[in-house]
Design a protein around this ligand. Structure first.
Ligand SMILES: [Zn+2]
Length: 167
């Protein structure tokens, strides 16, 4: 059993997991089964790492929970296992990009580093609340593809890929 499964088992038993500083904190309305406590303590260090939020505010467990929820939702909409996971993975990539917005000052292209030219204006990409990244339209596809690849690599580090089985 790995840490993710230990967490899933604990949640199924009605145990809420959290961090109290660097320690694992459990919250439950009734005493959890000894087997749950045992697997939590066996994977404690790994579980604490999974619960610790990253710079974008989400922990590895948040990403796993999001991925599993999206997989379930896709399945509800009639997608089969692998298709449902692929859809869920796409949602994770979009969420990752949204949670890690890039802003850049106007006047210089974030892609090629060049200034604006009269025949090649800089365009604002992104949404109002998070601000814009300024790029030439011809520089955007490569820049966006690199951002997407970065997001996919970051998710892979958490063990979230399209071929992975869900909980
Ligand atoms: Zn450019």
């Amino acid at each position: 059993m790995n840490a993710i499964l230990a967490i899933a088992e604990a949640r199924a038993a009605g145990v809420k997991l959290g961090l109290d500083g660097d320690a694992l904190a459990l919250e439950a309305s009734a005493p959890p089964p000894p087997a749950v406590i045992e697997s939590l303590s066996r994977h404690k260090a790994e579980i604490i790492a999974l619960l610790r939020p990253a710079d974008d505010g989400w922990s590895a467990l948040d990403w796993w929970t999001f991925f599993c929820e999206r997989t379930r939702m896709a399945a509800v909409h009639g997608l089969t296992g692998i298709e449902a996971q692929a859809r869920a993975f796409d949602c994770c990539v979009v969420e990752r990009l949204n949670r890690n917005p890039v802003r850049s000052p106007p006047g210089r292209c974030l892609g090629c580093g060049q200034a604006e030219h009269s025949d090649d204006p800089l365009l604002p990409f992104g949404t109002e609340p998070t601000g814009h990244a300024w790029l030439h339209s011809r520089c955007w596809p490569a820049w966006h593809a690199a951002r997407k690849a970065e997001a996919i690599a970051a998710l892979a580090q958490l063990g979230i890929t399209t071929s992975r089985t869900s909980l």
